[in-house]
Each structure stands twice: as structure tokens, then as C-alpha cells.
Design a binder for this molecule. Sequence first.
Ligand SMILES: [Zn+2]
Ligand SMILES: [Zn+2]
Length: 399
Amino acid sequence: MANNIVEEEEEQYGVVLYYKYTSVPDLNSLATFYDSNCNSLGLLGRVRLAPHGVNVTVGGKLSSLQKHIEAVKSNSLFEGTDFKLATCHHPSNDKVAKESGFTSLSVRVVKELVTFSSHPLLKSPEISNAGKHLSAVEFHSVLQSAGQLLDKGSPSYNKKLVLLDARNLYETRIGKFHTPNVETLDPRIRQYSNLPSWIDNNSKQLQGNCVLMYCTGGIRCEMASAYIKSKGAGFENVYQLFGGIQRYLEQFPEGGFFKGKNFVFDHRISVGSSAANVMGNCLLCGSSFDDYSPRCRCTYCRMLVLVCDSCQKVGALYVCELCKKHGKGVESIPSIKDENSQISTPIELEGVSPSDHTTPLAQFPWRHGEVPDLQENSESYACMGFGRMALVSKEELHH
Ligand SMILES: [Zn+2]
Ligand SMILES: [Zn+2]
């Protein structure tokens, strides 16, 4: 008996993340499978099922996660799925565990895995037209030999290489790619659904160039790269980092060209390379700081902000960079009554659809046109089960 308890305590905890774009013939039976499989294995987290795919982030005992993966793999729908399994500590920060959905199991059928645009008229682009996948090693070597992406003989030769970070501002604050010869475009957006309009407004920076995109785990680039390509002439050369920053850091544990930490959407908060340089700064005093575990948020838009330990004060009001830019200041914040504390904090889930939770938006002082969806439809930091059909060949890359 005593032995069993010891063994149980010693058993390692982990998270698995994966996604798969595929046509799901029977959503209900797949939901039933997830419900019973995860429950019987004691897994907690989020499962999102849509007619065109699946996006999963669950945590539990490592051995249970392995059993889960085996069970999922036996379904032919998941052929080629990239399961990202990581060991980590058991969720210790209750607030973060709750926000990231690690206190319960939630299996939901949704319309879209990631909400690409908040604009009701913008149709989601065809995933089958997504940018070519580059493995972490390929991505790295393209950056390393910047400028030599294309064959001298090809009409695309001389195209400029640009890196596009498809993530949100609170993520890029603490880490992104920095390459000596390649500019990293950081859209500085609050949420993924703002990315299409950023692309529209900045298409000149992309057109005619080779665009290398990346995000946390890959899912956000699938849709966004397809959107860029849908713009037509001059937008053909779009590549995406297969498996995202997560796979890149596994391949380059010292960080490679990625500096800082990788923001993740589970209780780990962020994952760094062994170099783990601190890239972020305290919003108030500017000191070097990149820890989101205090969960400080902008009073206006609820986006996460970095506030260092000595600047944190109970009941303080914080105004993020974006709100500041739009003329909001601490002085102009209307009196905030208790009701605001009932507003559930936005849950940054990668791949959660807006129908997932309801929040009383009306009480909050967002200006017209700036209301964030409280679901961060961030990427599912889950994986790329997208198959390798679009993978660029080495020959194509290095000529
Ligand atoms: Zn500070
Ligand atoms: Zn804000």
C-alpha cells in the first residue's frame, strides 16, 4: 500500500498537444471517444472538434498520456499527426491551471478550430492552400543562409526573406526569432482574429518576398499562410515552421535563432531554451521581466501585461501598450466596480471558438471596434497533424 502511494507520487506528469486538419465524418462519435478515453485515463484539458479537424491539449500522468496517444493513433483519421508530448510539473498555480483549462476536462464540438477573423464576411481560407512546411532544421538553415533560399536560376531569386511572427503581442514580448540578416515582422496584435487585417494593411511588406512564418505550435500558421497565399500574385512564396517554436526549441535546445521564451497556453506559462534570455520588460518600470504567472492584465482590454514583482500592487490598474497607443490612460479609466471582478479572465486557448464561453462584454469600457473576443483564439499550441504533403523538399530549398 505504502509502496503504491510512493509510486503514484513519483509518476511524472505531462502535457500532450496536437492538432489535425482533416474532414471528421462523425463528430459525435469522436466526441464520445474523447470523453470516455480522457475520463478513464484521468486526463484534464481541452478537446475541440470541428467538421474540419481536431485540436487537443490535455495533461495527466505521462503513462496515461501515452495510452491516450496510442488510442488516438489507432484511428486512421489521425494518420501523420504530430503529437507533442512534454513532461512538466503538475499544475501548481491554481489560477493559471484554471485559466488554461487544466482543472477539468472540456470536450466540445465547435464550428472552427481557430477563429481566423472576427469579420463575419471574411471566409476562412482553404487550409489546403497553406504555406509549405519547413522542418525546424530546414527553417533554421534557411535563416542561416538568408538570401540563398531560392535557386539562382529561379524567377524568385533575389526575393527578400522576411520572418512573420503570427502570434499575439503578449507572446512576442517575451520571445521571438532574431536573425542578423532577416527582419522579423511582429504584428503586435491582441488576438489572432486581428491578424487578417494586419496582413491586409501590411501586404506590401509581404508581397514579392519570401515569407517565413512561425507560431507556437503551428496551427495558426496553417490558416494565416493560406490567407496570405490567397492574395494572389506576389504571395506565392510562403513557408511555415512545422510544429512551431515548440519543435524548433526541441531541435535547438540552446535556442538557435529564437531568443527568449515561448509562451504556451497551458499551466507551464512559458518554455525557454537553455539560454533563456529575458526579453520582456515590466510595463511600469521597464526592468527586465518576463514572468506571466502573476496574471496581470490590462484594465481595458484584458490582455496579459508584464508587471514586475516590485511594481505589482493589489487593485492596481494597468494599461497595455496598445491601449496606451489608443489614448487610454490610467486617469481615464471609469470607476471599476465589483462587477468587473466577475468578468472571467480571457482564456488564452489556442483554437477555442468564440462560442466556447460567454462573458458579459457590455460592462467593460471597450471602445467601438476594439472589443476583443474574450476567447483568445490563439493557436492551439497543439501540433501539426497536417500531413507532410506540402513539405518543401530539401532540393527545392537549397536548390
Ligand atoms: Zn516594474
Ligand atoms: Zn489594453
